[in-house]
Design a protein around this ligand. Structure first.
Ligand code: FDA
Ligand code: NAP
Length: 450
């Protein structure tokens, strides 16, 4: 099979699948690990299906801000002296002084995207963009008793397939957009993950009535955006709760995202883990930052004052059905108040209905049979984020994401990526050292005589 020029025929220590912030952070950790071990750096290559670096580009809406401090960047919590820190980026962009004057811990998503692109550009020699990994297969080397290698198959935008070999893979393919059962997206029905590209493909004058489904951060941001951008349109927010709930980002609750919380969760009892979710789910899911809530309520109030109402909230309401015919979209809403149904005709319907978490089985296919599961059917994951495998497989599959059940709430977020990536890099080095120590000496080396 063909191999793109940038790929070598060597056996990589690790191949990363996906090059979003998590694996970008791993590339940074490996780079910095290599700098301190120049004789024996970890060799790596990453595959990214997007044609260039991009982090939730379709949600980079005006004025949207990060939900983490700028110090929770790709590296700082692991290595405050990293040249890949957000502060280094500001310095390189000649904006450090102004950033400090601005006195805000939470950059805009636009600026954080610039930072991530800047960091990715610094590591572009080890990434194949526009290349999607399609399969992972175990390989047993001649004379070996276990499969110590993995073959990673990838297809580029021209359909060219390449295969590389690695001792480990790091799967970091991100969240998977979720639509209600029976709903499919098209040019009039969108998931929030495709929002900007769908919106920009429309003539705004043709959008006279739009609806947004959901009560999370994505839904609130999109509702605000549509209300701003479509001054002539009716905007309907379909929310399952009685009103948006605030995201708890107060200091004590925020401790659930601390690096040490991973140990508390991982080694905690089932009851402890359940308590994390029961008490702190509202730090992240189905919740909205208070400034966005206030901005929306202000609009509602202003419309009451002016008497020109076009922002409409359907509380305690879920979507029951979507009917599509040509340009016509009809959505059936069911009120939880009295179980009544109402049909609404809209020009665009946005489902900000969240995401499913990364499931490695999708990519592993038949190779998934080598990985053990717990009593609830979830993958067993070691503390170093390595999937637990049967004895036949000695190569490593690491997860960055998809470990909420084992490592807790920060698994799908940015909060802990610097430390997590460092732990994955350390594990790869440690296990390589162990393997090299265990390996029998090759024939041409005679035992030394004291
Ligand atoms: P991410 O999804 O970013 O990257 C995965 C990459 O893998 C993608 O680039 C994808 O193209 C690629 N890929 C997938 N399958 C592939 C394959 N088979 N082959 C090759 N490439 C493949 N969290 C937080 O802590 N603070 C925040 O402010 C935000 N903000 C935020 C905004 C929005 C709009 C969303 C939807 C989510 C957030 N999050 C967040 C949570 C979010 O999960 C997090 O910011 C990161 O995107 C996680 O980075 P990952 O690299 O793990 O996934
Ligand atoms: P989310 O928090 O999971 O919210 C999904 C919402 O959709 C919930 O309110 C859910 O209600 C609702 N929903 C699901 N099915 C529905 C139906 N059939 N009818 C009506 N409502 C329905 O998803 P999200 O808002 O996309 O957020 C995902 C992640 O991205 C979070 O980590 C968030 O913080 C992050 N994010 C960050 C930013 C930013 O940094 N500025 C912006 C956007 C998103 P239930 O609660 O009943 O399930």
């Amino acid at each position: 099979m063909d191999t793109p020029g940038s790929l070598s025929q060597e056996i990589y220590d690790v191949v990363g699948i996906g090059f979003g912030p998590s694996n970008l952070s791993l590339a940074v950790a490996l780079e910095e690990q290599g700098a301190s071990s120049a004789q024996h750096p970890v060799t790596s290559h990453f595959f990214e299906r997007q044609p260039r670096f991009g982090w939730h580009r379709n949600m980079v809406l005006p004025s949207t801000t990060m939900q983490i401090s700028f110090l929770k960047d790709l590296a700082t919590f692991r290595n405050p002296q990293s040249r890949f820190s957000f502060i280094s980026f500001l310095h390189a962009s000649n904006r450090l002084v102004q950033f400090v004057n601005n006195q805000d811990f939470f950059p805009t998503r636009q600026e954080f995207h610039q930072y991530l692109e800047w960091a990715a550009a610094g590591l572009s020699d080890r990434v194949s963009y526009g290349t999607e990994v399609t399969a992972i297969r175990p390989v047993t080397e001649p004379g070996a008793t276990t499969a110590g290698l993995l073959e990673v198959e990838a297809r580029d935008a021209h359909g060219t397939v390449s295969v590389v070999t690695a001792r480990n893979v790091a799967i970091s393919t991100g969240l998977v957009p979720r639509l209600p059962q029976g709903v499919t997206s098209d040019e009039r029905v969108w998931h929030s993950s495709e929002f900007l590209s769908r919106f920009n493909a429309q003539d705004p004058a043709g959008l006279k009535s739009v609806a947004v489904v959901g009560a999370g951060q994505s839904a609130a941001e999109i509702t605000r955006f549509l209300h701003d951008k479509l001054p002539h349109a009716q905007v309907c927010a379909v929310i399952p709760s009685y009103g948006y709930s605030v995201a708890d980002d107060t200091p004590f609750a925020n401790q659930v995202f601390d690096p040490t919380a991973v140990d508390d969760y991982y080694y905690g009892t089932e009851n402890a883990r359940e308590a994390f979710w029961r008490y702190h789910r509202n730090t992240n899911y189905s919740v909205v930052d208070s400034d966005v809530i206030r901005a929306l309520y202000q609009r509602v109030y202003d419309e009451q004052v002016s008497g020109a109402k076009r922002l409409d909230f359907r509380n305690l309401t879920r979507v029951a059905e979507v009917r599509r015919a040509g340009d016509l979209t009809r959505v059936v809403l069911r009120s939880l108040l009295d179980d009544s149904a109402e049909e609404l005709a809209v020009d665009a319907l946005v489902f900000a209905t969240g995401y499913d978490s990364l499931d490695p089985a999708r990519l592993l296919g038949g190779t998934d049979r080598y990985f053990l599961r717990d009593a609830a059917g979830r993958h067993r994951v070691e503390r170093d984020y390595r999937l637990v495998s049967t004895p036949e497989l000695s190569s490593g599959v690491y997860l960055q994401g998809g470990t909420e059940h084992s490592h807790g709430l920060s698994s799908s977020l940015l909060s802990n990526i610097a430390v997590r990536s460092g732990e994955v890099a350390d594990s790869i080095v440690l296990r390589r050292t162990q393997r090299e120590l265990d390996r029998p000496l090759s024939g041409d080396i005679s035992p030394s005589v004291a």
